[in-house]
Design a binder for this molecule. Structure first.
Ligand SMILES: Cc1cc2nc3c(=O)[nH]c(=O)nc-3n(C[C@H](O)[C@H](O)[C@H](O)COP(=O)(O)OP(=O)(O)OC[C@H]3O[C@@H](n4cnc5c(N)ncnc54)[C@H](O)[C@@H]3O)c2cc1C
Length: 416
């Protein structure tokens, strides 16, 4: 393949939060000069029909670690305050129990000496600011699809849909769950579909959300209420596909009644304030994260059930870990060196597989109608609640600070 276009050091495919954050982080940590990084994506601006004054339907629960990664990228400080809401508590309970009672687990940030456990952020605002920060850092954006990739010891060659050719030393695939980069690199995936859809909408509840992320585990799937700054909550209601279709076909009043029932009335009566959208759910993981001069990050490498709100958080830790591994080379002189890429792969694959296994296990355990397992769930949640060291470990994991975390995330990032 000829290279008649431009040459770069790093070619990042995908301009989602992960691709753009990776670009910003490489610049912020002085690993690569901004003009030597190209971010290639078919579409650069996030598509949404919801007016900017409203909260878009997609929201993300972001961990402390993600806040720090985004702090390094400059994105955190740029997020509009009206598009984020700190959550101070998390309450998880089994459908057979009550929130606060036996079979429930409450994490309170005050217990861990923190002001909050994380933030609910509008996905559209995060996407827009991530893109803007990478752009203002001087990263080059190229709007095109990737048609072909060729990698050898000499470097990476990429053919774009508009006929341009690009060259580079390291290829980063951050193009989401259907990653074309992963396909072009010949990396296989494994996993399974959940035969569940997640219904997403914003609702008003009779009782205040109390800056708490609520999650009730029903036999049909988990139902989460995430607090929004205007007092409403954003729901993520994972349920069997047929049931999801039935719920979506209901009018607002009937949907509200079903939701009130499904939540066990924890937040009082629920009133639907937006349309309901749905997302099919699956577990998918790439068998390899690395090829010669190429790596995968974010959903291109792993897709998990949203019950623990971990997908993007895992991807941001991928970015931070890759930056940490590449930092060993100082000025980026060995970008694409296989030994370093393999170190990234070992590190992140084991951490991500653990999270994927825990989320998958939770989904199965809570979905089981087996009475013995059901009793065990109630006892298990109660036991975790009483054992402060286990609880602390859970909370650290939920905040993204448990496990093997890049050293530069252990303390607060600049501008967070
Ligand atoms: C219902 C639901 C709730 C969730 N809640 C949470 C949560 O609370 N917290 C959390 O951390 N995670 C959550 N997630 C997961 C989170 O949304 C994803 O993990 C995250 O969006 C993945 O980001 P990404 O940048 O890897 O991929 P994407 O956001 O999919 O971005 C990929 C980018 O690549 C581009 N692209 C795709 N194909 C090509 C191509 N061929 N050429 C060029 N560009 C291409 C796309 O246009 C896009 O810009 C949730 C997911 C769901 C479904």
């Amino acid at each position: 393949m000829r290279t008649v276009g431009r040459d770069f050091d790093v070619l990042i495919v995908g301009a989602g939060v992960i691709g753009t954050s990776m670009a910003s982080l490489l610049v912020a940590r002085r690993l690569v000069a901004p003009e030597r990084i190209a971010v290639i994506a078919e579409r650069l601006s996030p598509a949404s029909t919801v007016p900017q004054s409203e909260w878009d339907l997609r929201v993300l629960a972001l961990s402390r670690a993600s806040q720090r990664v985004l702090g390094w990228c400059g994105t955190w400080a740029a997020l509009p305050p009206g598009k984020m809401c700190a959550y101070e508590r998390m309450c998880v309970w089994d459908s057979r129990g009550e929130p606060g009672g036996a079979g429930s687990l409450i994490f309170d940030s005050a217990e861990f000496g923190e002001s909050n456990l994380g933030f609910i952020v509008e996905s559209r605002a995060l996407q827009a600011q991530s893109l803007r920060m990478a752009g203002s850092a001087g990263v080059v954006f190229i709007e095109a699809a990737v048609d072909a990739v060729q990698v050898d010891d000499g470097g990476v060659r990429m053919r774009l849909s508009d006929g341009r050719d690009l060259g580079g030393r390291l290829l980063i695939g951050a193009d989401g769950a259907q990653s074309r980069t992963r396909e072009l690199l010949g990396i296989e995936t494994a996993g399974h579909a959940y035969s569940q859809d997640a219904l997403v909408a914003h609702v008003r509840t009779a009782k205040p959300h109390a800056a708490t992320a609520w999650q009730r585990f029903l036999p049909t799937g988990p139902l989460a209420f995430l607090p929004l700054p205007d007092g409403r909550s954003s729901i993520v209601w994972s349920t069997a596909r047929g049931e999801a279709a039935r719920l979506r076909s209901l009018d607002a009043a009937a949907f509200g009644e079903e939701l009130t029932r499904a939540s066990g009335g924890a937040l009082g009566e629920c009133e639907l304030t937006t349309p309901v959208v749905s997302f099919p759910l699956k577990l998918q993981y790439a068998i390899d994260y690395v090829r010669l001069r190429a790596v995968l990050l974010g959903d291109a490498a792993h897709v998990v059930h949203p019950l623990a709100g971990q997908g993007l958080n895992m991807g941001l830790l991928d970015c931070a870990s890759l930056a940490d591994v590449l930092a060993v080379t100082g000025n980026g002189g060995f970008l694409g060196e296989q030994k370093l890429l393999r170190r990234y792969e070992r590190w992140r694959r084991s951490e991500n597989l653990l999270t994927a296994a825990v989320t998958d296990g939770l989904e199965r355990v809570f979905a089981s109608g087996n009475p013995a397992l059901s009793r065990l769930r109630v006892l298990g949640l109660g036991a975790v609640g009483r054992a402060s060291f286990i609880k602390r470990e859970f909370a650290q994991r939920a905040m993204g600070l448990g496990g093997d975390v890049p050293t530069f995330l252990k303390t607060a990032a600049p501008s967070t």
